[in-house]
Design a protein around this ligand. Structure first.
Ligand code: AMP
Length: 512
């Protein structure tokens, strides 16, 4: 089934129900939402020549139009490729090329200029909506037929061993993930609103489906981003609202709420996940907002739906087990099985740490055009997450480490390898290695250890300029540490653990 049927169904059941809000202003009810989506689908088909199965990319900030475009893509039978709008143009163009996208929507239609997009990919502004051709009035009255296993969303996540990989999510994956939400995360009511405070190209965008299915409201903050004070105003005007927030966002919300004496009025649920939430921060959030928090653990390959930690468990601070439970990521969600395995694939006993593996309906089809990576990630029907953790006897899962070395800064994932690749492209750089350093504000920040060909030939500013010419600024190292050599093991592999350790205890590392 095409997931866009959920929109058609909502429009038929509740045509006059409020659907889309630009800030606190309603811009469409469900009838208008579905009508505009169909019109855009016809535009895709007739003006842009998009056929079912074609990939259409979006490089845009959050907006009501973004949601309409996503549904128009599915309505026409095509595949959406949402790209993080903070990426550098070169990175976005690479993704569009890898996905074989025929079209890319941008905020102004002028991001790329001529010759910067691959072969047959065209750029257009996502805000233009022209009338459907008269000859097409009877077409696409329903979403184009799709099977559950047909591709719906190509979700680009960065790999540690090279470029981004396109996670293939089917219509069925998205439905299964969405149906877990009211069972494992939070029941949804038609009177609710979901606020998109984090990028819709990622987890926050994935929460649209269940809210469409239930005929709830969709609120796009006027700032097009995350501002805690704005969010509180929207919650008070349009509540009950729910939102997805990375732990660093929750931290900023707590700071702002305390400054202005706000206690969560209008907020129904804050779903946090995507990175570790420290206990002290969770404690403060509960103190400030009360029992409004739910945690999820997922990854692009099994989006938002590996485990969840329920509101009651998080709020029950009198439970003597609270520290252990609150430090966990909860229990497996309804559509998945979770197990912890060792390097040989043997299932480990409760309490033993190993790689987390997951199996079930939301698990991806594989990586786009990358059978090797798919084979390594999907083994015997199980997805190997690359995360290390353990289960306890009650079924609570705790993450202990991230085997992938990903740096999570301000809720965004930064993969050291891609930062290193940009640095070592500089002719003066001999070697570079990037690690994360704990950062009170961002969760983690990027630190680059750099070995120059001729010591002193470059400084941090020069490297920064080089970096910004190639990659998005949110990935740039906050610190460059110049050294004469990098610590390596006998296989010549750089010892990242030593480098991380040196950040805590610089005297220990002689050659830095
Ligand atoms: P992404 O594929 O970009 O969504 O990143 C997924 C990764 O983020 C996971 O593999 C985990 O390493 C991490 N992650 C996701 N949710 C949580 C959570 N609740 N607590 C700690 N880390 C998390």
């Amino acid at each position: 089934m095409n997931i866009a049927h959920w929109l058609l169904d909502a429009a038929q059941r509740w045509p006059q129900r409020a659907a889309l809000f630009d800030g606190n202003r309603q811009v469409a009810d469900y009838q208008a939402f579905a009508t505009r989506v169909r019109q855009r689908a016809l535009q895709l088909r007739h003006e842009q020549g998009i056929a079912p199965g074609d990939r259409v990319a979006l490089l845009m900030k959050n907006s009501c139009d973004y949601l309409e475009l996503l549904y128009a893509i599915w309505w026409s039978g095509a595949v959406a490729v949402p790209i993080n709008s903070k990426l550098h143009g070169l990175e976005a163009a690479w993704i569009a090329g890898n996905a074989g996208a025929r079209l890319i929507y941008t905020d102004d239609g002028q991001v790329f200029g001529s010759g910067n997009l691959p072969g047959d990919c065209r750029e257009i502004c996502g805000y233009e909506l022209s009338a459907a051709p008269e000859s097409a009035v009877a077409e696409l009255a329903q979403p184009w037929p799709r099977q559950d296993t047909d591709l719906a969303w190509l979700f680009y996540t960065s790999g540690t061993t090279g470029r981004s990989k396109g996670v293939m999510l089917s219509h069925g994956n998205l439905m299964a993930m969405s149906l877990c939400y009211p069972l494992d995360v939070d029941p949804v009511d038609g009177g609710d609103a979901v606020v998109y405070a984090a990028p819709m190209s990622h987890g926050a965008g994935l929460y649209n489906f269940i809210h469409v299915r239930c005929g709830a409201r969709h609120v796009l903050p006027a700032s097009r981003g995350f501002q805690a004070a704005e969010l509180f105003e929207l919650a008070q005007e349009l509540g009950p609202v729910s939102l997805f927030a990375a732990p660093t966002m929750v931290k900023r919300m707590v700071e702002q709420a305390r400054q202005q004496g706000y206690a969560g009025e209008g907020i129904k649920t804050i779903v946090y996940g995507g990175a570790p939430m420290y206990l002290a921060d969770l404690d403060q959030a509960l103190e400030t907002f009360g029992p409004r928090l739910v945690q999820i653990y997922g990854q692009g390959e099994c989006p938002m739906s590996i485990s969840a930690l329920a509101r009651e468990a998080i709020a029950d601070r009198d439970n003597p087990d609270w520290p252990a439970i609150a430090a966990s990521v909860g229990r497996a969600q309804s559509c998945v099985e979770v197990q912890v395995i060792n390097a040989q694939g043997r299932v480990l006993a409760p309490g033993e740490a190993g790689e987390i593996a997951v199996r079930g309906a939301p698990v991806m089809l594989g990586y786009w055009d990358n059978p090797q990576a798919t084979q390594a990630a999907l083994v015997g029907g199980w997805l190997l997450t690359g995360d290390i953790g353990f289960l306890d006897t009650r079924g609570y899962l705790t993450l202990t480490d991230r085997s992938k070395d990903v740096i999570i800064s301000g809720g965004s994932n930064i993969y050291p390898r891609e930062v290193e690749e940009v640095l070592v492209q500089h002719p003066e750089v001999f070697e570079a290695c990037v690690v994360g350093e704990a950062d009170a504000h961002w969760g983690e920040s990027v630190v680059a250890f750099v070995v120059l060909r001729s010591p002193g030939s470059l400084d941090s500013q020069a490297l920064n300029e080089w970096f910004l010419a190639h990659m998005a600024s949110f990935k740039k190292p906050k610190k460059y540490l110049f050294c004469t050599e990098l610590p390596k093991n006998s296989y010549g592999k750089i010892l990242k653990t030593h480098l991380r350790q040196s950040l805590q205890d610089p005297v220990e590392v002689g050659n830095l």
